[in-house]
Design a protein around this ligand. Structure first.
Ligand code: CP
Length: 304
C-alpha cells in the first residue's frame, strides 16, 4: 500500500489486515508476527491540513510519535499556502526537505490523486473535500471489530443518518461496507440524498431507516459546505432526524465521526450514553492510523 486515497485502493484482505492490526492483541503484534507494527525512528510525517481538524490531525500525530517518527504540521494559516502556493508545490518543497509521507486534509477543489503522481512520496487522505475520508471509515470499522468477529460483523446492518450529500465519511462507508459484508442503509431528507446513494436502501423517515439496524451513525450537519435553501437546517430536520434516547433502539449501538453538533443531529440526552461508541471511535483512531502509517512506510522502504 503506497498511498491511501480511497477505500477503492484496498482489497478485503488489506482492510482486514489493517483493522486487525489496529484492534491488535499483543500476541498478534509480536515481533515477526503477521501483524507486527514496525517503529520508524526519525522518519518524518508531513501533516498538511487545509481544513480544521482535531481528531484526525492529533491522532495522526499520536500515531507518528508511537512509531518513533516525527510529525511535521503544516496548516493553511501561517504557511505559504496562505500566499496561494499550491498544494502540489507544498508537497514538492517538503519532499526536498526529506519528508516522504504526507497526511493531507484538503478541500473539494484540490486533487489528491494528482499528488500521488509526485515521485518518491506517499499520500494519505485525511479528509478530501466532499469525496472520501477513508481512515475515518476504517477506524469506525475497527471500533466495531473490537466488539465482533469478522464472521459476526458480516450480515450486520449500519444505518447512516443526516447530511449524506456532504459526507466524505458516508461515501467511504459506501465503498467499505460491501467489502466486509455489512449492509448499509441511509436516512436523510430527500435533498440530502447523495448521488452514490442509489445503490443503497434510502429512507426519508428516521424510524423506517433505523428499523433492524445494529449500528446507527449520525453525521455532523456540515453548515460550512451548505449553499442554497435546501441546505438550511430546519426544525423539521431536527424533529425528524435528530437521534434521541427515546428513538434509539434498545439494542443498537450509536456512532458519530465527530465533531458532534449537540442539539442538532444528536440530542443532549445521548451524551455519555451506554450505547454510544463515539469516544471508543476516537480511541481506535490512533491505533488505525498507526497501522496505516506502518503499512505505508513498509511500502516506501520496499521501493527504496
Ligand atoms: N471525524 C473527523 O474527521 O474529525 P476532525 O475533523 O476533528 O478530524
Amino acid at each position: 500500500m503506497r498511498h491511501l486515497v480511497s477505500i477503492r485502493d484496498l482489497s478485503t484482505e488489506d482492510i482486514r489486515g489493517l483493522v486487525d492490526q489496529a484492534v491488535g492483541s499483543e500476541k498478534e503484534n509480536e515481533q515477526g508476527g503477521p501483524n507486527e507494527i514496525h517503529s520508524r525512528p526519525g522518519e518524518l510525517v508531513g501533516l498538511v491540513f487545509l481544513e480544521a481538524s482535531s481528531r484526525t490531525r492529533v491522532s495522526f500525530e499520536c500515531a507518528a510519535h508511537a512509531l518513533e517518527a516525527k510529525p511535521i504540521l503544516v496548516q493553511q494559516a501561517g504557511s505559504s499556502l496562505e500566499k496561494s502556493e499550491s498544494l502540489k508545490d507544498t508537497i514538492l518543497i517538503f519532499r526536498s526537505m526529506g519528508i516522504k509521507v504526507f497526511v493531507v486534509r484538503c478541500k473539494s477543489e484540490n486533487d489528491l490523486l494528482e499528488l500521488t503522481k509526485i515521485s518518491g512520496v506517499s499520500i494519505i487522505n485525511a479528509g478530501d473535500g466532499k469525496r472520501e475520508h477513508p481512515t475515518q471509515a476504517l477506524l469506525d470499522l475497527t471500533t466495531l471489530r473490537s466488539l465482533y468477529s469478522w464472521e459476526k460483523l458480516a450480515g450486520k446492518t449500519l444505518c447512516i443518518i443526516g447530511d449524506l450529500k456532504n459526507s466524505r465519511v458516508a461515501q467511504s462507508w459506501s465503498l467499505l461496507a460491501p467489502k466486509v459484508g455489512i449492509k448499509l442503509k441511509l436516512a436523510s431528507p430527500e435533498g440530502w440524498k447523495p448521488d452514490w446513494g442509489k445503490d443503497f436502501e434510502h429512507s426519508t423517515n428516521l424510524r423506517e431507516g433505523i428499523k433492524g439496524a445494529d449500528f446507527i451513525m449520525s453525521l455532523r450537519v456540515q453548515k460550512e459546505r451548505h449553499s442554497g435553501p435546501s441546505d438550511t437546517i430546519t426544525q423539521e430536520f431536527v424533529n425528524e432526524f435528530q437521534m434521541t434516547e427515546n428513538k434509539l433502539p434498545a439494542k443498537a449501538l450509536l456512532m458519530h465521526p465527530g465533531p458532534v453538533n449537540w442539539g442538532v443531529e444528536l440530542a443532549d440526552d445521548l451524551q455519555n450514553h451506554a450505547q454510544s461508541l463515539i469516544l471508543l471511535q476516537v480511541k481506535y483512531g490512533v491505533n488505525l492510523r498507526k497501522a496505516v502509517l506502518s503499512k505505508i512506510f513498509d511500502a516506501l522502504l520496499r521501493d527504496r
